[in-house]
Design a protein around this ligand. Structure first.
Ligand code: SAH
Ligand code: SF4
Length: 362
């Protein structure tokens, strides 16, 4: 059983249980199913980690639970608020590794951007996470979901949306990613609508097919960055393994299964992926697929091969893309002053440890 892996002094991790698993655990322990609701509420709403404080459960059963189980937690190490309202959190995991998550307010929407791995093994040429941090390990489902819970409790607000766009590639950690999304979606936990949970992938094709077959309506975002195969391979090492042709088939299968728009992220790398030829390639790649293209101006970091686009370059690319029959949005780079913007997760920790020079504020 999966839970056995998470032992501390031979105790099992109560946070690794889904609600349904908790119900059968209660049955196995000779308890009524409503105990599962109580425990789930303490863990996933109140964030309580001390089983003896589950005060609506009779003491004898609490003692029995505490003998066999424990409730781990990720711990907030640092919080940095940006001028634009976004807040970056650094959390310490039980094994001492650190991850980053970002709270992004946007009018009524309260979004949390979560990490799925410590670092990232892919190493895209424009991303600080993969290049500077390397890869340490996959996160467990509860470690992913808890980023949202801790931020919600820390700020005292209800989170409405979750994006899997922090550190790591979600589809290289598929099982934990989906399990965490199911946890967040559970109405006995954080109750975040499936349609408000977006999973972003660099294009790991098997993960896209699996998400297409999943019964819930989780949203898919694809990091495209170039619709020209040779160019894409230059900046995304796994693009060779999952070529655009295969990627396109997988995205269509998601669309046919869900009938939902797919979002494409496109990091604007001036002089590299913003020519007329690039636009034509995007057009033929997306033909027949209702989609939204999100332009993300490249956020530079020390040692990166690219520079940030000028406002003029952004505007020119945006107006050309607008002529295509897709919805085009321009991502305002939130949290740049605190290194919480896309591709800058990792920099803050490095700065703290004095490993790289701070990025000059634009
Ligand atoms: N691994 C997943 C999810 C995390 S990255 C993926 O790649 O989709 C989240 C988004 O930030 C991706 O679209 C990524 O391409 C973008 N990004 C990474 N580095 C960036 C940078 N330096 N500037 C702007 N966007 C960046
Ligand atoms: Fe990993 Fe995504 Fe960064 Fe690429 S862009 S290195 S896949 S986190």
């Amino acid at each position: 059983m999966e839970q056995v892996k998470n032992t501390v002094e031979d105790k099992k991790n109560l946070k690794s249980f889904s609600f349904r698993e908790l119900v059968s655990l209660m049955r196995d322990m000779g308890e009524k199913p409503y105990r599962a609701t109580q425990i789930f509420n303490w863990i996933w709403r109140k964030g309580e980690t001390d089983i003896m404080k589950f005060s609506d459960i009779k003491k004898s059963f609490r003692e029995r639970l505490a003998e066999e189980f424990f409730v781990p937690s990720i711990v907030e190490k640092q919080r940095v608020e940006s001028e634009d309202g976004s807040v970056k959190f650094i959390f310490e995991l039980p094994d001492g590794h650190e991850i980053e998550s970002v709270f992004i307010p946007d009018r009524g929407r309260k979004t949390v951007c979560v990490s799925t791995q410590v670092g990232c093994p892919i190493g895209c040429k424009f991303c600080a996470t993969g290049l500077l941090l390397g890869y340490k390990r996959n996160l467990e489902a509860w470690e992913i979901a808890e980023q949202v819970l801790r931020i919600s409790l820390a700020l005292g607000i209800r989170i409405t949306n979750v994006v899997y766009m922090g550190m790591g590639e979600p589809f290289l950690n598929y099982e934990a990613t989906i399990r965490s999304a199911e946890l967040l979606n559970d109405d006995r936990a954080l109750n975040i609508g499936a349609r408000k949970i977006t999973i972003s992938t660099v294009g790991i094709v098997p993960g896209i097919y699996k998400l297409a077959a999943h019964p819930r309506q989780f949203k898919l975002a694809i990091s495209l960055h170039s619709a020209i195969q040779s160019k894409r391979e230059k900046i995304i090492p796994v693009a060779r393994r999952f070529p655009l042709k295969e990627l396109r088939k997988a995205i269509f299968s998601y669309y046919h299964a869900k009938k939902r728009f797919v979002t494409f992220e496109y990091v604007l790398l001036p002089g590299f992926n913003d020519s007329d030829e690039d636009i034509e390639a995007i057009d033929s790649f997306l033909k027949g697929l209702p989609s939204k293209i999100n332009i993300i101006p490249f956020n530079p970091f020390p040692g990166s091969d690219f520079r940030a686009p000028t406002d003029d370059e952004i505007y020119r690319f945006y107006t050309k893309l607008m002529k295509l029959p897709y919805t085009v949005t321009l991502r305002k780079s939130k949290g740049q002053d605190v290194k919480a913007a896309c591709g800058q997760l990792a920099l803050f920790g490095y700065q703290r440890k004095g490993m790289v020079k701070p990025v000059v504020k634009r």
